[in-house]
Ligand binder design. Structure first.
Ligand SMILES: Nc1ncnc2c1ncn2[C@@H]1O[C@H](COP(=O)(O)OP(=O)(O)OP(=O)(O)O)[C@@H](O)[C@H]1O
Ligand SMILES: [Mg+2]
Length: 194
């Protein structure tokens, strides 16, 4: 949905809250982790969050499974619901960036069009797309939540990588290959993002 349903809303004029008034004295950005289930998004996001906190950076982690318990609990995994999931995350990230908070998102976000829409909401100045990359066979052998096993058994129709597509980023700000590198290496690479 591009336009608000109601035609009777008048947003407040833009206030100059952004970087100039940023009480945190940090560059707000949204570090958008995308990749297959089991590629390591949540693991890396949590370690990155800790690294930012230890550096005194005010940050927020928006993680797929957590948001699907709350804000996005009404959504499933159809392409339409995935698009709405990502749209809401992008809107929340933008609100937080406007306050000056660094946001980390960890969502499969398999569709390029949904990620482009997210970038357009957040603004490309603040959006940093990071491809958490590992071969499907590696993700499937990790299977930290047992989801690939269920998907292979036909219990999870529309599972990314099995019977739903994953569209890898064309021009990510960073690619982290988690097959053969450590979480510490991933965090160091993320800290270096500007
Ligand atoms: N270099 C690495 N980086 C991140 N995770 C790794 C790495 N090597 C091995 N792993 C393991 O891979 C698994 C990744 O699981 P994780 O829950 O982080 O994936 P995810 O991408 O968040 O999946 P989902 O989309 O289902 O939430 C964990 O068990 C983690 O310990
Ligand atoms: Mg995860």
């Amino acid at each position: 949905m591009n336009e608000p349903v109601s035609k009777n809303i008048t947003p407040m004029p833009e206030r100059k809250l952004k970087v100039n008034y940023n009480v945190y004295h940090q560059q707000p950005m949204t570090v958008w982790l995308t990749g297959l289930s089991g590629s390591g998004k949540s693991t890396i996001a949590a370690a990155f969050e800790q690294a930012l906190i230890s550096r005194g950076i005010v940050c927020a982690l928006l993680d797929g499974d957590n948001l699907r318990h709350g804000l996005n609990r009404d959504l499933g995994f159809s392409p339409e619901d995935r698009a709405e999931n990502i749209r809401r995350v992008a809107e929340v990230a933008k609100l937080m960036n406007d306050i000056g908070i660094v946001v980390i998102t960890s969502f499969i976000s398999p569709y390029r069009s949904d990620r482009i829409a997210a970038m357009n909401v957040i603004g490309d100045d603040n959006y940093r797309e990071v491809f958490i990359s590992a071969p499907l066979s590696v993700c499937e052998s990790r299977d930290p939540k047992g989801l690939y096993k269920k998907a292979r058994a036909g219990e999870l129709p529309g599972f990314t990588g099995i019977d739903a597509p994953y569209e890898a980023p064309n021009h990510p700000a960073l690619i982290i290959n988690t097959n053969g590198t450590t979480v510490d290496y991933a965090v160091d690479s993320l800290i270096a993002l500007r």
